[in-house]
Design a protein around this ligand. Structure first.
Ligand SMILES: Nc1ncnc2c1ncn2[C@@H]1O[C@H](COP(=O)(O)OP(=O)(O)O)[C@@H](O)[C@H]1O
Ligand SMILES: [Mg+2]
Length: 242
């Protein structure tokens, strides 16, 4: 597999063909980027932590009746997924004001958002993922109204499941990003649910436990990813040293 060239190589993951045309191999690389690729590094062992956390959350969603592309792990940093026709949207659910919401609007960081705020961006780095609204999504023909409504319902249900699970582990789910895709008529959760795509704060200290540690040089990124993986995964003490 590693000898083959990927069908697609993005900022942090690569996709490979498999013998089955309905399935793909997704490799979580050790690359980490921020600010539309303006900051880049490679951190050995980062990919396997994101893969482990993603597979844990995909399984949790499936148990809660939410369909995802996850099929099985192939190795510690590779996952077999269903090949989806991706919807070029980033669906972001925000429970607490942080990041671009604070930069672009008069929210005070840490303000609890009730109900959670859903923001949908157009997935296009060259345009810096511009924020959309329902009319633009419909006018672009990305989705019809019924699918857009379903997408938002999924996002809210997923938020409930993830927030509840993380709360048990003393972690606040500040916000997170989802990508969806079509398998025939069905809409499935795709991509990843990891420290790269979630903003997580320690319940007691509000310390960042996610990619913000990398973005803003808040500490040792790998040790944060390692320790948060240990907190999220049940019965797995993340004992590796890499
Ligand atoms: N099940 C899937 N089928 C097809 N493409 C997928 C699937 N899940 C995720 N993708 C796409 O694979 C790419 C993952 O690599 P990533 O490094 O995150 O890329 P990017 O820099 O484009 O975000 C993304 O473009 C994502 O939309
Ligand atoms: Mg991505």
């Amino acid at each position: 597999m590693e000898n083959e060239s990927p069908i697609y190589s993005g900022k942090a993951k690569s996709l490979y063909r498999t013998a089955n045309p309905g399935e793909m191999l997704m490799k979580f690389r050790d690359d980490i980027t921020a600010f539309d690729g303006g900051k880049k590094d490679t951190l050995s062992g980062k990919g396997s932590r994101n893969a482990a956390v993603s597979s844990y959350f995909f399984r949790l969603l499936e148990k809660n009746g939410i369909r995802t592309h996850f099929l099985r792990m192939e190795s510690e940093n590779t996952m077999i997924v269903r090949a989806l026709r991706m919807i070029p949207l980033e669906v972001i659910v925000r429970n607490i004001a942080a990041g671009s919401l604070v930069r672009n609007y008069p929210f005070k960081e840490g303000t609890v958002l009730k109900p959670p705020v859903i923001v949908i961006d157009f997935k296009d780095d060259t345009k810096h993922d511009p924020m959309l609204n329902d009319d633009i999504i419909l006018a672009l023909g990305v989705l019809d109204r019924a699918s857009l409504t379903r997408l938002k319902q999924f996002a809210r249900r997923i938020n409930t499941v993830l927030s509840r699970d993380l709360k048990k582990k003393g972690i606040k789910l500040v916000d997170f990003k989802l990508e969806f895709g079509f398998a025939g008529e069905d809409i499935l959760v795709g991509d990843e649910i990891s420290m790269d795509s979630m903003r997580l704060w320690d319940e007691k200290t509000n310390e960042s436990l996610d990619k913000d540690v990398y973005r803003f040089d808040k500490g040792d990124v790998l040790s944060t990813y390692r320790s948060v993986t240990g907190r999220i995964l049940p019965c797995e003490n993340d004992h590796r040293n890499t």
